[in-house]
Design a protein around this ligand. Sequence first.
Ligand SMILES: CC(C)[C@@](O)(CC(=O)O)C(=O)O
Ligand code: SF4
Length: 418
Amino acid sequence: MGQTMAEALLANASGTEQVSPGDHVVCEIDLAMTQDIHTPGVVHLLEEMGVSELHDASRLVVVLDHVGPSHTVGNADEKAGIRQFVRDHPDAHFYDVGTGISHEVLPEKGHVRPGELIVGTDSHTVSHGAFGAASTGIGDTDMAYALATGQGWFRVPETVEFFVEGSFPEFVSAKDFLLHIAGEFGTDVARYRAIEFRGPTVESLSLDDRITLTNMSIELGAKFGFTPVDDVVTDYVEARTDEPFEVVNADDDADYAERYEVDVSDLEPQVAVPHDVGDVHPVSEVDPVEVDQVFLGSCTNGKFDDLAAAAAILDGHEVAPMTRFIVTPASREIYGRAERAGLIRVFNDAGAVVTNSTCGACPGLGLGVLGEGEVCLAAQNRNFRGRMGHNDSEIYLSSPETAAATAITGRITDPREV
Ligand SMILES: CC(C)[C@@](O)(CC(=O)O)C(=O)O
Ligand code: SF4
C-alpha cells in the first residue's frame, strides 16, 4: 500500500520498509536544533546524565535567536553558558545573536534537506516540512536523549490532506488561507497528525509562502506539516549544500485519515481575534479597533516575500502617529536582501522601527512588549493571552498585507482599501 510523506520518511528513518499510523518506531535523527531558551535545560540534563561526548556533535545546530543582543545580566550570563557548551563541542554548528530565527537560518545555511528527520527544541521546527523533511519540535529530555544517542522514538501519525485550488485574490495570501482553515476546521484538526498541503495552489506558491503553511501546522495541532517536494525546493537546497539527499513525496495511493478541499478564489483577508488562533473572521467583519502596535516578523511572517508584500502597500505612506510599527526580518540574509531591494528604505521612510533579526516581539522577549490594555495587530503565529506582554493586552493576527494597511491607518484595516 502507498505511504504518506510522514509514513515514508519515518519508515526510512527507522530502517523499515513500511510503517502504519499508530506504530512506534525508533529513528536515526539527521539533525537536531536547540535555541537559546532551551539549550540551558538540555545542557543541564546532559550533565545530569553524565554525558560529556555527544553521539555526533556535527548533527547539532545551536541558534541564539529568541533574545538578543542581551538586555539583562541574567540573559548575558545564560548566553555565555551556551557559548561555553558550544566551545566544548567544536563540531556543533553555532549561529550567534543576529543571524536570525532558527527556522529560517537552518535552511539558509544548508542544514535542511529533503528526506531527513529533524528535531528541534521549538514547536515551529515543523517549518522544514516545506523542504520535504520530517521535522518537529521535542522537549528538553527527548533532545538530551537524541544528542546522547543519535536516536528518538515516534508514534507514526495519521495524515490529513488539505487540497488547495484557485488563485488568491489581490492582497490575499498564504497566511489568510492558514488562518481561514484554523477558523473553519479548528485548531485541533490535525492533533498528533501530519498535514500535507497539496494541489495546484500550493504548487504555485513560493517557498517563502509554503513555509507559512508548514510553519503554522503546529497551530492546527500537527506533528508534521508538509508541502510537496519539487524543483523549487531542490533548486534551493542544491544551491546551499553539497550533501546528497533523497526526495520523498507521498505515493498516489497513500491513505489519508481525512481529505479537505479548499478553494481560495474568493478568500478575503482574515484576522484571528484575541486570544485564540482559531477565532478567525474576514477582516470586513472585524471591528476597526485602534492598535498601539503593529508587528511584522517571526518565523511565520519575517521572510523576504512577507516583507515585500507589506512594503508594496506601505510605499509612499506613513505609519499612523500613535502607532508603532515593528518590522523584524527573520534573518540577516533576508535583511540584506530586503536592503538591496529597497524594502528597508520603504519601512524606514514610513516611520517603522526595523529591528535586528530575532524572535523578539513575537513572544514579547526583550522588545515590542505590550503594556496593560494595549492592542497589537501582528503578522506572526500566536495570539495567546499575554504572549507579547501584559495579560490584559490583546493580539490580533493577520497577513503581512493587512499589517501594513493597519500600520498606515492605526486601526485594523482591509489591505484592499488603502
Ligand atoms: C520559546 C517560545 C516563545 C516559542 O518559540 C516556543 C515554541 O514554539 O516551542 C514560541 O514560539 O512559542
Ligand atoms: S519567531 Fe516566534 S514563533 Fe517563531 S520561534 Fe521565535 S518565538 Fe517562536
